[in-house]
Design a protein around this ligand. Structure first.
Ligand SMILES: *Cc1c(COP(=O)(O)O)cnc(C)c1O
Length: 716
């Protein structure tokens, strides 16, 4: 029987009935005209629902729908958006079909434990998920045949609240699937016909329900174990992102990898290529081997096929980012595979055995034919880290390459910046944004215009921060001091430094607090004040990360800093969007070389916000001496304390001697000409290169296409 998407229906006048189709495709999230349409529909609801069209359609009054359905202005916009949607989904002039018409029926299957598409679907925790979400949007724009597989976590990633003394608390509101642009898959009429796929987890069978998400042309399938067919403990398997212990984690990863392969089978999708976004889904390699052998291949043949059709991307050199399971857990949950693959226990464990545990990264490195890190430096670091996986290969030939990460430009460009680019670069700038020559024209943009757009985005940021503080005051009765820490004293004219990311300890969020006197002088300078905005969550089990948040929060509370330090709670995609568009400079202080790529600084550069960053990850490639600042201490220290001190002093020097003076050097019209040059350089150098357009084209030409061609040959 055909699998279909279960449709819920809203009562919408016929003339504008397709609002429902539009709301249920995240396409609206990166198309300005579509977002404007929903704003036009009801701006107050747009804001109160957190920019969520599905929830808007649930809450909007019948009268309002009636009114707009006969409003010529609304209808003109509606028709234009629907035409653009249809053109994009059906017959757009897309890159991939033009270049590779023979491969349009050979989909890439992309597996990831998290996807950051929009704040209304909280199934991401940070950079890895946002990258996966951006990747899905870009493959849609380029017309690449692609399916994405992941989890629907009922409680998602946690919402962050800070107590009055700055300690992070995690709340897990159950999110309501019918308020989000996702739908169940079904094979009939009612809830009893929902699509369930069985997954063997050790000696049990878990039934996962499958949800469908439209991301433009990209189809995404999310697995959900929270249903009545499962025992209570199994229903917890997809409750939270990165919650639970190792026992829970291995079961989740079995569901992701092994369950995911079977979901695609149940849907009759036969991927040509598998792309593993991080090692969490690496068990899919074992399931593919098993299925190939079941269809008559020998183990060697199956390994060959899997190898040539798998790409594995590793995302971090931080040890905690690599899952290692003790052998007894592998025995407990995967013992059936020894017989299916015709292996002894030892030979089976050897697939992932590395330094005494079963390492998911190593399993993927050994079995995937193509592996990559996410920046040039990270490629190098990964080759060193995992050299011993290939004992017979010379060190400099360790087969891990790199493709530097990027960001999805239409999703991250600010609205006002988009208008400016349309004017200065041409109305087709989005289609052409990976052409470096296009961006040369940014230097012809009048300084005053770019500065004005930036000021506008900065005011929007500060407005958003004040509004959130007001709401918390009303709803949660925050005391006055907490309201201050949330940023109510921020000054729209002061040089504003942004720092927002996960509070992992290697990111050193508190580096700026190394010398409090020097910091105080920067903040309280009567002529040239500096202010800092922080945001970010620590992993709920990371006490060190939570202490860093508390450290920042205590500084925000300290009257001696004059309210010039703010901490914005509950960092998510929405807060990120405002911050990367609205601050003046973006601070990034990782302990080198632990930041594999970092992407938030790419988002800011696109919006004319220069980076002030340690030369790590993408910035080691992106920095050119004129497009931002590099925090470089002269010496390299093996001792972390000494390195932190040296980096902190280098940071103070830059702020005192270069960044602040340049920002405050104004012409008669109050435009900081020198600063605007740095903004333009940041835009010119980052936009065409550090974008997912360039990144996904690289994945396609270097990996997807050759693997899809090989897949066709191998299966013959
Ligand atoms: C872009 C983004 C990140 C990634 O930040 P980096 O530390 O620069 O890698 C994390 N969280 C959110 C919400 C983001 O939008």
């Amino acid at each position: 029987m055909e699998t279909e998407i279960c449709l819920t229906s809203f009562d919408i006048p016929q003339r504008i009935a397709r609002l429902e189709v539009l709301a249920h495709n995240f396409w609206w999230s990166w198309h300005r005209e579509a977002r404007d349409l929903f704003k036009l529909l009801d701006y107050t609801l747009w804001r109160s629902t957190g920019h969520n069209p599905v929830k808007m359609l649930q809450e909007i009054t019948a009268e309002r729908l009636e009114t707009v359905s006969s409003d010529p202005l609304f209808l003109r916009q509606y028709d234009a958006v629907m035409m653009a949607l249809d053109a994009d989904l059906e017959n757009g002039h897309l890159w991939f079909p033009g270049e590779y018409p023979d491969l349009c029926d050979a989909p890439v299957a992309y597996f990831s434990a998290e996807f950051g598409l929009h704040q209304s679907l909280p199934i991401y925790s940070g950079g890895l998920g946002v990258l996966a979400g951006d990747h899905c949007k870009e493959v849609s724009d380029l017309g690449i045949p692609f399916v994405a597989v992941g989890f629907l976590y009922e409680m998602g990633y946690f919402r962050q609240r800070l107590t009055a003394d700055g300690w992070q608390e995690a709340i897990y509101p159950r999110f309501k699937p019918d308020e989000v642009a996702i739908r169940e898959l079904c094979r009939g009429e009612g809830p009893e016909d929902y699509l369930y796929v069985p997954v063997r987890v050790g000696d049990r069978t878990v039934q996962v329900q499958v949800w469908h998400v439209n991301v433009g042309r990209t189809q995404m399938y999310l697995m959900d174990a929270d249903n009545e067919r499962n025992a209570a403990w199994d229903r917890e398997l997809t409750a939270r992102l990165y919650g639970g212990d190792q026992d829970m984690r291995i079961q989740q990863e079995i569901v992701l990898g092994i369950g995911g392969v079977n979901v695609l089978r149940a849907l009759d999708i036969a991927p040509a290529v598998y792309h593993l976004n991080e090692g969490h889904s690496a068990f899919l390699l074992l399931e593919r081997l098993r299925l190939l052998m079941e269809s008559g291949k020998s183990l060697e043949e199956a390994q060959q096929i899997v190898k040539e059709t798998t790409l594995f991307t590793t995302h971090t050199p931080v040890p905690a980012g690599h899952d290692v399971f003790p052998f007894h857990l592998i025995d407990e949950y995967l013992h059936q595979y020894w017989t299916s693959l015709g292996l002894s226990r030892e030979d089976f464990l050897d697939l992932g055995n590395y330094e005494g545990g079963f390492n998911m990264t190593v399993l993927a490195l050994r079995m995937a034919g193509q592996c990559n890190g996410v920046s040039e430096l990270h490629g190098e670091v990964s080759r060193k880290m995992f050299q011993s996986v290939w004992p017979d290969v010379p060190a400099d030939e360790t087969p891990i390459d790199h493709i530097t990460n990027g960001i999805h430009v239409p999703a991250w460009v600010g609205g006002a910046m988009n208008r400016l680019y349309r004017k200065c670069l041409g109305p087709d700038w989005i289609e052409r944004h990976d052409e470096a020559a296009l961006w040369e024209r940014i230097h012809e943009t009048p300084d005053g215009e770019l500065w004005e757009v930036h000021q506008h985005l900065k005011h929007k940021l500060i407005g958003m921060i004040r509004e959130r503080a007001r709401q918390r005051r009303v709803e949660d009765r925050l005391d006055a001091e907490q309201v201050l820490c949330a940023g109510t004293f921020l000054d729209p004219d002061a040089l504003t430094v942004g720092f927002a990311r996960r509070f992992a300890t290697y990111k050193r969020a508190t580096l700026i607090f190394h010398d409090l006197d020097r910091l105080r002088r920067l903040l309280l300078d009567p002529y040239r004040p500096v202010q800092f905005i922080f945001a970010g969550k620590a992993h709920p089990a990371d006490e060190g990360g939570k202490r860093l948040i508390q450290h920042v929060y205590n500084a925000a509370k300290d009257p001696g800093f004059g309210g010039r330090i703010a901490f914005i709670e509950d960092y998510d995609l929405q807060v990120a969007r405002y911050l990367v568009q609205g601050v003046d400079v973006w601070l990034n202080t990782p302990r080198r070389p632990y930041e594999a790529s970092g992407t938030s600084g790419q988002k800011t550069a696109l919006n004319g916000v220069p980076n002030l960053s340690v030369l790590d990850g993408w910035w080691a490639e992106g920095y050119n001496g004129a497009n931002g600042w590099a925090i470089k201490s002269d010496e390299r220290h093996d001792d972390w304390g000494a390195q932190d001190a040296a980096d902190a002093y280098a940071l103070y020097d830059l702020l005192e001697q270069e960044v602040t003076p340049l920002f405050y050097r104004r012409d008669a019209d109050d435009v900081p000409r020198g600063w605007v040059q740095v903004m333009k350089e940041a835009i010119r150098t980052a936009a065409p290169i550090f974008c997912t357009r360039r990144m996904v084209k690289e994945y396609t030409t270097r990996y997807y296409v050759p693997a899809a061609r090989r897949a066709a040959e191998l299966l013959e």
